[in-house]
Design a binder for this molecule. Structure first.
Ligand SMILES: [Fe+2]
Ligand SMILES: [Fe+2]
Length: 270
């Protein structure tokens, strides 16, 4: 069974890149499921129902969010509908609206089983949000994702939406052998460390973003350079050049929940 997870989709360039690339992803990789993080799809921050629908129509089976999940409040009614495959991070405050575990079933016929759960957790290192600590949060999430009879572990993909590489790596080792994969997002820069950990959990520190790479993590480079070099308040528009669609491919054994392989994937869009 194969899952393609796409990193943070940034603005219109990222959305258009994903829309254009998914037919190619299907042709080249034949995934059973495609998941994408949509936290930056609305001009670089937040998501609306319309943009969520655009990702779904493009062929994204499930949408996760990060620290920008609730930036545009108009997404709240969508988040509150239990039948929509969109989630907020598991460790946001209890009163935050939205589902916290994305439960997905691959297309009929491709696999008969318990389904796949995707859980996003926010980090605490160098992040200022109201989230709870992620390690205990994932323990609580896993109590709600029992393995099917005979399986060593449930099919769970944990998205580590964190700033610090060390926090992501520590979480991955904490979960090694207990989930199928831990995949990093939020920093928007793909890392070259996709690997299987000793107990069979797949891991990558960061999948990278789907968006313009001629930028500073998706934003107009001139504006960010001006801001950082001169300390001038500046509006950070989404950049446009060198759009790429980045993520990872996770192959797993659906009978055991164990990852077989993980590979970083990237498509240029132009
Ligand atoms: Fe992001
Ligand atoms: Fe983020």
């Amino acid at each position: 069974m194969r899952i393609i997870f796409l990193g943070d989709v940034v603005g219109a360039p990222g959305r258009q890149g994903v829309v254009r690339t998914i037919p190619r992803i299907r042709e080249e990789r034949s995934p059973d499921l495609i998941v994408a993080n949509g936290e930056n799809i609305k001009h670089g921050s937040g998501i609306t129902e319309e943009l969520y629908r655009a990702l779904r129509a493009a062929g994204v089976d499930g949408v996760t969010l990060g620290d920008h999940a609730l930036r545009d409040r108009r997404i709240v009614p969508t988040l509150e509908r239990a039948d929509e495959p969109i989630t907020i991070p598991f460790n946001l405050p209890a009163r935050s609206p939205g589902q916290r575990i994305l439960k997905l079933a691959p297309a009929a016929g491709s696999w008969q089983g318990t389904g796949v759960a995707v859980v996003t957790v926010l980090g605490r290192v160098f992040m200022n949000g109201p989230s709870d600590e992620p390690f205990g949060a994932i323990d609580r999430a896993l109590e709600r994702c029992p393995a099917a009879p005979g399986m060593a572990r449930p099919i769970v993909i944990v998205e580590a939406h964190m700033e610090a590489t060390a926090e992501k790596i520590a979480l991955a080792h904490y979960l090694d052998g207990r989930v199928t994969a831990v995949v990093g997002s939020h920093t928007h820069v793909p890392t070259a460390d996709a690997r299987l950990l000793p107990r069979g959990t797949a891991f990558i520190t960061d999948m990278g973003m789907c968006g313009p790479y001629d930028s500073v993590i998706g934003r107009d480079k001139e504006a960010v350079v001006t801001h950082m070099s001169a300390g001038l308040p500046t509006q950070f528009d989404v950049a446009s050049g060198d759009v790429r669609v980045c993520g990872c491919q996770i192959d797993l054994d659906p009978l055991t929940g164990r990852a077989v392989a993980i590979e970083r994937v990237e498509w240029g869009v132009g």
